[in-house]
Design a protein around this ligand. Structure first.
Ligand code: SF4
Length: 498
């Protein structure tokens, strides 16, 4: 899912009455204004896809015109962090307190309609990793806007909140921005509290689906005249190919261009949905002892075939010491299918990583049970968590599970012979070996197919033309766990991941 940098997100917020810190945006070839706002000024490089700018020196406080000019030059030059679209220059503020707020989509369930979720905390800015106890979650409808007085009632659980009316109006306008522009994530961190109790957005970011952008609003999301960031890494190109071949669901992957700080733990991430990304940023955004190898977002009901391919790419990152996978706990993707993809990637990758896995959403118990059964036979350690666990707990376990040098292993050979079934979308080849199932009785691999695409007809495998393969991997999983390995699925990968 594309991320919108701060300077563009500010415009969306202002259009719905959310105040933002005074500032201006400087592109590479722009002339500088003769007059600047009062110093200090904060310069923030606007690099597409980059997060945690503060800890990587991409946010700088300047006190003089000379410092302004020289830092601006430096931030606009291409570096190992990528090329900035430009630099946002924002006025420094004297803040009494910092809060946090974020909106994300909730895809709903059988019992609950889809909607939005607002997260609010009275701890914002950096150093927020201990904030789990102060977080308030407010669900809202995408159709009828929530009223400020209803938000005030929800905020009553925070006894220390001095300005609930101001906060409620700010949050109401934040929700209106989220709904109005059909965003998937909208975050303000921090919300600054000024001495008179009023609130202002100090830093913000948004994510959106390209297809949800209205024609008339394209100029807000894709402003003309910007240099594009077509500096894809070989692995990012792999994910682009994966998405082209299997467009359903979100498969976003961007590698960190910066050099890891000495001694930092290098964590590869698979964050499932905007909620997972937000939780990861909230938990680790200010930590210099954790280096995030990549941003990622796999969500929106993608197939397990696609999850597997993206995980294989995530595992192929040189220098990664551990994988952390987490969603927001409201996954649209069946978590048992996701677990099957993780298991397959762990056993078939030449460079598997020890993994911390937090499954949340549908069928999560089966997801965790799968790993209870198979973990002992994997070449790396795996730990799973229930959805109720806040990612803080996972972050605390990174050091214990991370490996200085994760193993290089010989992956199992590709299945032999011709595939019995070639699935076009999502792409994959299914192999059935009748010699491994000498019985008239239906094998568990076929009974496990949730769509009825695989049929057992008098001791023979057939496909049901009325049904569809959804790429869930349940047939192969059951074949390995309950059967005799009679079904194998081959999901081809570009050579870069090996
Ligand atoms: S054949 Fe059935 S069980 Fe196997 S991947 Fe396709 S839908 Fe899933």
């Amino acid at each position: 899912m594309p991320a919108l940098p701060e300077y563009l997100t500010r415009t969306l917020l202002e259009n719905y009455g959310v105040p933002v810190v005074e500032g201006f945006f400087v592109r590479i070839d722009d002339n500088l204004p003769d007059e600047l706002p009062e110093f200090p000024i904060f310069l923030k490089a606007q690099i597409p896809g980059a997060t945690s700018r503060k800890k990587h020196g991409l946010v700088r406080k300047v006190e003089t015109r000379f410092e302004f000019d020289s830092n601006l030059d430096d931030l606009l030059s291409p570096g190992d962090r990528g090329q900035a679209d430009g630099v946002l220059a924002a006025k420094g503020l004297d803040l009494k307190a910092e809060y946090y707020a974020g909106c994300m989509l909730d895809f709903g369930s059988e019992k609950q309609l889809p909607g939005g979720i607002l997260l609010f905390s009275t701890e914002g800015g950096s150093g927020v990793e201990g904030r789990s106890g102060t977080l308030v979650t407010i669900p809202f409808s995408l159709l009828s806007p929530i009223k400020a007085e209803d938000i005030v009632k929800e905020l009553a659980v925070i006894d220390t909140l001095e300005n609930p009316d101001e906060v409620a109006v700010f949050l109401k306008n934040l929700i209106s921005t989220f709904i109005g522009y059909r965003l998937t994530v909208l975050e303000v961190n921090p919300i600054g509290v000024l001495s008179d109790g009023s609130l202002i957005s100090v830093d913000c970011r948004a994510e959106f689906e390209k297809s949800a952008v209205k024609k008339a609003e394209k100029y807000l999301f894709f402003p003309p005249g910007l240099k594009s960031s077509s500096d894809l890494t070989p692995l990012e190109r792999v994910v682009e190919l994966i998405n082209n071949a299997d467009p359903a669901g979100t498969g976003f992957f961007r590698q960190n261009r910066e050099t890891p700080p000495d001694g930092a733990l290098r964590v590869a991430t698979n964050l499932c949905g905007g909620g997972g990304k937000m939780l990861w940023e909230m938990t680790t955004g200010s930590r210099t002892d954790i280096y995030t190898m990549n941003e990622s977002d796999t969500s929106g009901g993608l197939s397990a075939f696609k999850s597997y391919r993206i995980l294989r790419t995530i595992f192929a990152q040189k220098g990664a010491q551990v994988l952390l996978l987490t969603g927001s706990g409201m996954a649209f993707q069946n978590q048992h299918h996701l677990a099957a993809a993780v298991w397959k990637a762990l056993r078939e990758s030449p460079t598997p990583l020890p993994a911390l896995l937090r499954f949340g959403g549908t069928d999560e118990d089966n997801a965790r049970e799968l790993f209870e059964r198979v973990s002992a036979d994997l070449p790396v350690q795996v730990k799973t968590y229930p959805a109720e666990i806040f990612p803080n707990a996972m972050v605390d376990d990174i050091e214990a599970i991370a490996m200085d040098t994760p193993p290089h292993v010989q992956p199992p050979p590709a299945p032999e012979g011709e595939p019995s079934i070639r699935v076009e979308i999502p792409p994959g080849n299914i192999y059935f070996y009748p010699e491994k199932w000498n019985s008239e009785e239906e094998p568990p691999s076929i009974s496990a197919c949730p769509t009825g695409y695989l049929l057992w007809n008098k001791g023979k495998l057939e496909i049901n033309p009325e049904a569809k393969c959804i790429g869930c991997l349940m047939c192969e999983t059951a074949s390995l766990l309950e059967g005799n390995g009679e079904i194998r699925i081959d999901l081809e990968m570009p050579a870069e991941v090996d």
